[in-house]
Write a protein that binds this ligand. Sequence first.
Ligand SMILES: *[C@@H]1O[C@H](CO)[C@@H](O)[C@H](O)[C@H]1NC(C)=O
Length: 282
Amino acid sequence: MAKLSRGQRTGAGTIALLVLAALSLMLMIMLVMGLVAVPTGRRRPMDEGAVVELKLPTHRHGDENPLAPWVEVLSWEPRAFLYHHFLTQEECNHLIETARPSLVKSTVVDSATGKSKDSRVRTSSGTFLMRGQDPVIMRIEKRIADFTFIPVEQGEGLQVLQYRESEKYEAHYDYFHDAFNTKNGGQRIATVLMYLSNVEEGGETVFPAAKVNSSEVPDWDQRSECAKAGISVRPRMGDALLFWSMKPDATLDPTSLHGGCPVIKGTKWSATKWLHVDNYAV
Ligand SMILES: *[C@@H]1O[C@H](CO)[C@@H](O)[C@H](O)[C@H]1NC(C)=O
């Protein structure tokens, strides 16, 4: 009896060893194929980006550091978030001064032809900067990628816009209705709109399809009539508004309808980053 049970133990031990050996072999094959990776503990340096630049506190800090960044959830329909103090004043000025010499009157896309056309619904001036045009722009684009979790390669070049008094962009969608404009990178999935200047009055970004409860907006009286049509964002130098044109189920979100209210007093400068579902060739 004792002999037999010893024999059974030996058999079980052999099977366990064989299973272990098989598992080790599988792990080695997976390592070689790159299916699994051993963490090396190495970090990429700050200026290379990685995920190190961003902290996403969800609540406003105390007043001890008024420039500390924080992210505010504006709305879930549309999905819209305001990143306070996303850019420094120097970065804002750099974008303005880089764009200023090449400003031209803005156009809109004709949904019948997919071509650009002049329009009374959009009266600003603007220009496109190249993706990765200089080290400051590269750094900003990496920060946008970190914030949105969408790679730099899926973004168009920044578009810098200037709205002088009475200039505006009437409510529109950022997604396309034509096949022409989705050839490069597919549909636009999200937009990051950065405010490069303060505006004394007006110039808000408004989402007219998003219901707003005025008693929950502390500075309601300081918003223009246009902004009161829905959830709105007052331009503040350095703040970045992220909103999604597509829902998580990959369908278009009609509540992402948005407009730039007429500037009443001052000049509004903004920079827009449109992000696509796929790589965007520049
Ligand atoms: C608007 O917000 C206030 C304050 O939170 C609340 O008391 C009121 O019921 C809300 N009104 C509506 C119509 O939801």
